[in-house]
Write a protein that binds this ligand. Sequence first.
Ligand code: SAH
Ligand code: SF4
Ligand code: F3S
Length: 482
Amino acid sequence: MLNTIDLDKIDVTSAPPQEEPGRQYYFMAKCRQYTKRFVAEHGRCPTAHVQNYGCQMNARDSEKLTGILESVGYEITDTEEADFVIYNTCTVRENANNKVWGRLGYLGAYKKKHPQMKIALCGCMMQEAEVLEKLKKSYRYVNLVFGTHNIYKFAELLCTALAQEGMVIDVWEDTDKIVEDLPMERKYAFKSGVNIMFGCNNFCSYCIVPYVRGRERSRRPQDILREIERLAADGVVEIMLLGQNVNSYGKNLEKPMTFARLLSEIEQIEGIRRIRFMTSHPKDLSDELIEVMGKSKKICNHLHLPLQSGSSRILKEMNRQYDKEQYLALVGKIRKAVPDIALTTDIIVGFPGETEEDFSETMDVVRQVGYESAFTFIYSKRTGTPAAAKQDQVPEEVVKDRFDRLLKEVQECAFRRAEALTGRTEEVLVEEVNSQDCSLVSGRMGNNFIVHFPGGKELIGTIVNVRLKECKGFYFYGELAE
Ligand code: SAH
Ligand code: SF4
Ligand code: F3S
């Protein structure tokens, strides 16, 4: 672990070691020489900015990047006007992609005035061949480009990019490697994401993730448990286990293990008060998991269960491997075992060939389940996925109309679910001082709803009882119950 390693004691005049993570520590020590020289020349630390564009897994990767930058001597800043800027990109939908191109143009203009600055790009978008081509052709001012599989090599790549001019590119097709024990800087002191697996094997026909994140790989349970024990010792009370399909955790391990079993072991760790996880693919959600959730004192009463579509025909086209009836039966089983559970979901509107009848099946599931919240997405065509080759793309105005109707239904449903909680007293993990009214603090209940209530910053990171006084749709106003 980095805390126990003194980077200044590493001999950087000898050849770098071959094994990981020792090799990366060597390059961190080398980068530190660069930042020390920078301080001597400029009388200040070099600054770095890490911008995240993706999902929770990307956010966790950004914490790794930040951890490494901090440990080599960068001062982390909120602004892009920094000596080193890195964008951790996402490409799940076209608009995620567009945002990055837009910001990059902006950054290029800034770099013209500050030629010493370095720009780096990493993450899912970099795994796409056409993105690399575009960068090589029209964005020569970018200094470093790497992908999702070799993020553990960041220190080494940074070292190379600092030492030379021009563009350093290192993008791998896939990997079976998982490197443990690299430094990480957490955004919150009291809660943390924990990767339990990487990649995805499901190939839903609309989705680019399996192509940019590679095949599914589970971390060894002992590495996960050790990381969580350390987090607990460091004051973390809530963890979010992360994977594209946590329900298939452990299948490819030397000694296979189920996700439910992993949860039971995590439950034993002292200091951890709340356990969350995402994402659960309905096709792999086992009875064993439902049983563990029903019994657990620490697993939050919230399940994110992506539906994608309510039409069995479309679900088949999407390669989701469940149908409407199976999904609804699963929801029934979960509600029975965990009566208080909050259900949230992801839904795609306008998948190729979606008819009004298919869409009404989706609306029907939304009404039947009564989600506490739902992320609704307009289908986005991703190059290389099977759905992109389909001829019957749905016209934009039809999609927009369905999207609006779905959003309205989802919001009304969420409001009804939330309103029913008014008057109850709930355990709340206090996360921050309210950004609009500093006499209030904001926190999250186990079911993931947010509540604002009068309190001071000393409450941050603690779990308190709050009475829910007033429902505002997606959040509540409350008061301390003790
Ligand atoms: N692994 C998770 C989802 C990861 S992507 C799962 O299977 O549930 C997050 C969400 O983005 C997906 O659930 C899906 O609703 C949405 N999404 C993925 N690809 C998309 C596309 N091409 N167009 C629109 N939404 C998409
Ligand atoms: Fe994409 Fe499906 Fe994998 Fe989720 S399970 S990341 S939607 S391919
Ligand atoms: Fe985006 Fe990659 Fe996550 S494509 S949603 S950042 S896995």
